[in-house]
Structure formats: C-alpha cells, structure tokens
Ligand binder design. Structure first.
Ligand code: PNW
Length: 479
C-alpha cells in the first residue's frame, strides 16, 4: 500500500497532436504540411496510410470534449496545425482567419467544459512550403523568424491559453527526420531511402535551429503577452531511462548518462545552462553548431516548466573505439535486454517500447537533480498493446495491459513527488484517441479510446479511459 500523494492542484488529462487526429487537410484554407507530402511517398508509412481522415477531430470537437468530460480530465494537451493558421507558413504570408477561428472556438468550448487547454505550437506538421522554400529547419535564420511570427499570431489569437509548449520532441524532428529518415521530411545519408541528406551533420543543425526558434518564441511570449495574459511556456523533450547492460562494467554504467545527455540534455542543457553537454561536443566536434552569444542568451532560462514525454527504458552497452560519423546515441548500443537476457519489460506493439515504471521515477529524479528542481509537466506517457489492432472490439475495450501501465507509471510519479521531492505538477496521458501513429500508420494504437476507422470514426472508450481518473482520485490530495 502506498501512501504517496500528489498535490491538490495537480493537473491531469490527455494529449493528442493535430496531424495525428484532425484529418480535413484541405478544409477552410489549410495547405499541405510536410507530413501530407511525406505520407504520399510509397513505403514511408507501414500501412500506406496518412492523416487525411485520421480521427476526423477537425469536425468532431464536440465529441472529443464530451469524451474528455466523461474521463473527468482537468486538462487537454493538443497541438495546432501551423498550415491552418498561416497556410504557406512564412512571416510575410497571409494569415488564415478561418483556421484561427477553429482553434479560438475550440479553446472557448474546452474552457466552457471546465477543461484547461495546454497548447503545443508545433508537433511535427511543418507547412510544406517552408521545406520547399528554404529547407525548413536547415535554414536557421529563416525558420526562427517564421516560427516567432507564427507564435505571435497564435498568442494574440488565444489569450485564454495559459500553458504553452513551443516544440514537441525536437529529438524526433532532428534524428527521425534528418538522420534515420523515418519521419518527414525523411532526409538521411542512406541513399536507399533518400536522394538527399547527411546524417552526420543535418540532425545537429536542425536541433540547433529548433532550440533557437524555441528561445525566440519564448521571448515573444514573455515580452509581448505574458505581462497581460500571465501564462507559462516551455519545451517538451522525449527521453527514456538508461540502465547498464552490464552493471559490473564501469564503461556501461558511464554510457548511461551519456545516452541521456545525447537524447535529453542535447536540448535541456542549452535551455538551463546555455551550452551543449561536453560529451556531445567531444564526440561531434564542429558538427555540433556553436551558440552565438545572442542565441545562447535567448535559449538559456527559456523554460517556465520542463515538458517531459516519457515511455520506457533501455539497457545501455558502451561501444569502444571511434564513433561512427552517423552515430546519434553517444557511441553506445541501446538495447531491450541486459547481459542476462532480462527484458526491460513486456513487449508492446511498438518495437521501441517496453514498460518499466521504476525508470520513470529514476529519470524524474535525474532531471530534477541536473536542472535544479524545475517544475515538471509530464506531457506524454502511455503505451501500445501487442496485437491490439487484431482483437475483436469487446476484448480490445478491456485494455487491462494499458490500465496496468498507467497504474505503474502514475504510482511511480506519486512516489517521485512524495518520496523524492520532485516537483512534478501535471500529467497528460498519451493518448485520448487511437490515432495516426506516424510511420506506423493506424496499426499501432495508443488511445484510451478506440476509434473505429471503418465505422465512421466512432469513438468507444476503453477501460483505461475510466481507470486513469480513478488513479488520480486515489493520489491527489483533497483541497
Ligand atoms: C511520441 N521513439 O513520439 C510523440 O510525441 C507522439 O506523437 C507519438 O504518437 C507517441 O510518442 C507514441 O509513439 C515518439 O522511436 C515516437 O523512440 C517515437 C519514439 C519516441 C517518441
């Protein structure tokens, strides 16, 4: 029996992202995003699908809000489609009033339902024109100016939003988009996958642009909006816990911190300290861009809260010798079994994800220690289920495995708050709905709600949709 608690003002709810749920790519003046283009290339998505319809959430905001209410959610984290708001993306391009009004109404409706909106400005769906016009994130000057402009348009339109996230998982945008090529725009050194790209250089340039763009958007908010609107803003970083493959081997033990530095501190160190981790500078040399004094000042101190996406843990095995130029892990192997063949956790539908709730508590502590006890918002946490898509609906709705996942992870978070003194203040489960799981298409489901893609996108809450609220009832202190 645990006696751990969470504070009475703890904010919890569910998360989604625009491209994964909205559909309606041509509605009300929207123009293509990079993911519309990427998904149209054969072979890029497992089931050949795209976000063209997805959960049809663009037309079902009332249904989604009703679902959130039914789950008793206090908050909803969703992202905005940049190409609905500024269809061509750039600072001199027209603003689309219809796109803006869609989100204005959605925020009003959420607030009327008593649900706090948490808004992500960018969750991977870049206006395609910006890729075509100047190479998107590869062009720091242009991208930073265009992102800051987009952010300003959005802050101005949505003054009632008090929780802002600039970027979702810049690691994924950089590594999956420009090193492995698994995500849009699919650039990589692997010429069987892409005619263009340089995995040894481009991801580090992209990460740098995203950091500076984050800093610039935070400055716009703090200078021009925060004084009147009083909200808060931060960036959301993904990262897993790291455990030595062989705990007796000091090199494996040391490699664990390096793994976390290459995935999380790549972004968090500049945000909290104004510089990249030494381990990255050492391995990457001048392939890792240098911060100008001006950019470092923009980025340092730019988080009002730390946005944490977290799913699992890995076993880490050091590699000896010179790192491969395309390496992005820190010259190590990231594995799902340790030296004795013990797995991280049970298998799921996602090749990279095996639940390990103890790792969540440990990573929360690691982050809290390294970054000086920041306020942490868990902005994503959740799981897929092996074979879920093939189950008959009655079994699928009884998602005990997902219930157990949430039970374990929420308990670990309450222990982190109560026993380790970590200042964790919000938790958004991924995801409210089964949705377009990027390169995995629709075969992999992460929702607490089943979406019937063949049956007109009808929503059916799974068991986990109800249980999460019960867990929070148990932990959150009554005010
Ligand atoms: C996150 N990995 O992405 C995203 O923010 C969501 O949009 C996504 O649906 C969710 O997690 C589930 O995948 C990740 O390969 C995608 O390690 C891939 C990885 C991590 C996070």
């Amino acid at each position: 029996m645990t006696t751990s608690k969470l504070p009475s003002d703890f904010l919890w709810g569910f998360a989604t992202a625009s491209y994964q749920i909205e559909g309606s790519p041509d509605a009300d003046g929207r123009l293509p995003a990079n993911w519309d283009t990427f998904t149209s290339i054969p072979g890029k998505v497992a089931d050949g699908s795209s976000g063209a319809v997805a959960c049809d959430s663009y037309n079902r905001t009332d249904e989604d809000i009703a679902l959130l209410k039914q789950c008793r959610a206090k908050a909803y984290r969703f992202s905005l489609s940049w190409s609905r708001i500024i269809p061509l993306g750039g600072r001199n391009d027209p603003v689309n009033e219809k796109g803006i009004q869609h989100y204005v109404k959605f925020v009003d409706d959420l607030l009327a339902a008593g649900i706090t909106p948490m808004v992500t400005l960018f969750h991977w769906d870049l206006p395609d024109n910006l890729d075509k016009r100047y190479g998107g994130f590869l062009n720091k000057e242009e991208f930073v100016a265009d992102f800051a402009n987009y952010a300003r348009v959005v802050y101005k339109a949505l003054p009632k939003v008090k929780h802002w996230i600039t970027f979702n998982e810049p690691w994924c945008s950089s590594i999956l988009g420009y090193s492995t090529g698994l995500f849009a725009p699919g650039r990589t050194s692997d010429r069987t996958k892409s005619a263009e790209g340089d995995s040894s250089r481009e991801p580090w340039i992209v990460g740098h642009s995203l950091l500076v763009a984050h800093g610039a958007a935070v400055k716009v908010y703090r200078d021009e909006f925060k004084p009147q609107n009083g909200g808060e803003i931060g960036i959301t970083l993904n990262g897993d816990w790291a455990m030595p493959w062989d705990p007796e081997n000091p090199a494996d033990v040391e490699a664990c911190d390096r793994k976390i530095e290459f995935s999380i501190s790549w972004f968090a160190d500049p945000v909290y300290f104004g510089k990249y981790p030494d381990s990255m500078r050492k391995q990457l040399g001048d392939r890792l861009p240098e911060f100008t004094e001006e950019d470092a000042a923009l980025v340092k101190g730019s988080n009002d809260f730390y946005g944490m996406n977290h799913y699992c843990a890995n076993y880490i095995k050091n590699k000896t010798g010179e790192a491969d130029p395309d390496d992005f892990l820190g010259n190590l192997e990231s594995l799902l079994e340790d030296k004795n063949g013990t797995p991280v956790g049970p298998e799921t539908q996602s090749a990279w994800l095996q639940p390990h709730p103890e790792g969540f508590r440990k990573l929360l502590k690691w982050l809290s220690d390294r970054y000086g006890k920041p306020k942490i918002y868990v902005t994503e946490n959740g799981t897929s289920l092996k074979g879920e898509n093939d189950l008959p609906i009655d079994q699928l709705l009884n998602d005990e495995f997902r219930v157990n996942y949430f039970r374990g992870y929420i308990a670990a978070m309450a222990d982190s708050y109560t026993l380790d003194g970590v200042n964790v203040r919000a938790y958004m489960a991924w995801s409210l709905l089964d949705n377009f799981e990027w390169a995995e298409g629709y075969e992999t489901r992460f929702g607490v709600t089943y979406v019937d893609y063949e049956g007109g996108q009808k929503r059916h809450p799974k068991k986990s949709a109800k249980e999460i609220g019960n867990f929070f009832d148990q932990y959150i202190e009554k005010s």
